[in-house]
Design a protein around this ligand. Structure first.
Ligand SMILES: C[S@@+](CC[C@H](N)C(=O)[O-])C[C@H]1O[C@@H](n2cnc3c(N)ncnc32)[C@H](O)[C@@H]1O
Length: 227
C-alpha cells in the first residue's frame, strides 16, 4: 500500500499513512525544522510535515471538499490574520521558493514569531498591519493570485472586499473563513453567513463555492470567491 498519496492528481497536498492513522501533510521547505509541534515524516527521501486540520481552516476546507489546487507552487498569496504562522507555514511549503506569502497580522507578539519563521522561510514576508486598512501595507504587497482571510473579528466580509479590490489579480481567487460568533453572538450562523455573502456579492465579487467546515471548526463557513 502507498504510504504517501496526493490529495488529487495535481495536488501539492498529501495524505500520509502513519502507525496511528493518516494525516494531511505538505513537503517540508526547511527539512529538519518544525513550526508548531507537527510531526516530520521521511518517505522516499522526502521530508513531509503533518498538517493538523484542527489548527487550520485551510486544511479543514481541503478535508471538506475544497479543490487542493487553490494554492499552487509559485503562487503569490496575501494572508490576512497570520497569527504565529501555523497555516502560513503550510502555504509556504506549497508555494515553494518561487512563491511568496505576505503574512499580515496586527498582534506585535505574533508578528515576532512570524519574523522568526520568515528568517528560515524566505518566501514569507511578515507584515505588522491591520487588515482593515490595506492602504497602510500596499507599499509592501504586490498583486497576488490568492487573497486568504482568517481574521475572526467583526466586518470580516468588508475587510475581505477591500483587500481583494486592492491586491487580487484579475484571474485570482480568494478564500475567507467566516466565524459566525465573531460577527454576532445571538444571530443564527446561517443568517450571519448569508449576510456576509451579500456584502461580498454586492461588491461585484462572485462567491463560487461555499464549504461548511463546522464539523472541524464550530460555526465556521468558507467562501471561495473570484472577481
Ligand atoms: C483565527 S486566528 C488566525 C489563525 C491562522 N490563520 C492559522 O490558521 O494559523 C485570527 C488572527 O487574526 C488576527 N487579526 C484579527 N483582526 C485582524 C486585523 N484586523 N488585521 C490583522 N490581523 C488580525 C488575530 O490577531 C489572530 O491572530
Amino acid at each position: 500500500m502507498d504510504t504517501v498519496q496526493k490529495l488529487s492528481e495535481e495536488s501539492p497536498v498529501y495524505w500520509i499513512d502513519l502507525p496511528d492513522g493518516r494525516s494531511l501533510a505538505t513537503i517540508n521547505l526547511t527539512p529538519g525544522e518544525r513550526v508548531y509541534g507537527e510531526r516530520l515524516v521521511q518517505r522516499g527521501g522526502v521530508e513531509y510535515r503533518t498538517w493538523d486540520y484542527r489548527r487550520s481552516k485551510l486544511a479543514s476546507a481541503f478535508l471538506s471538499g475544497l479543490e487542493s489546487s487553490l494554492v499552487k507552487p509559485g503562487d503569490r498569496v496575501l494572508y490576512l490574520g497570520a497569527a504565529t504562522g501555523t497555516t502560513v507555514s503550510h502555504v509556504s511549503d506549497i508555494i515553494g521558493e518561487e512563491g511568496i506569502v505576505y503574512a499580515v497580522e496586527f498582534s506585535p507578539r505574533m508578528v515576532r514569531n512570524l519574523s522568526l519563521l520568515a528568517n528560515k522561510r524566505k518566501n514569507i514576508v511578515p507584515i505588522l498591519g491591520d487588515a482593515r486598512y490595506p492602504s497602510t501595507y500596499s507599499d509592501f504587497v504586490n498583486e497576488v493570485d490568492l487573497v486568504y482571510e482568517d481574521v475572526a473579528q467583526p466586518f470580516q466580509a468588508e475587510i475581505f472586499v477591500k483587500n481583494i479590490k486592492m491586491f487580487l489579480a484579475r484571474k485570482g481567487k480568494a478564500f475567507i473563513a467566516i466565524k459566525a460568533k465573531s460577527i454576532s453572538q445571538v444571530e443564527e450562523p446561517r443568517k450571519v453567513f448569508e449576510e456576509q455573502r451579500r456584502v461580498i456579492a454586492s461588491a461585484d465579487i462572485t462567491v463560487s463555492e461555499e464549504i461548511n467546515i463546522s464539523k472541524y471548526h464550530k460555526d465556521h463557513m468558507v467562501f471561495i470567491c473570484k472577481l
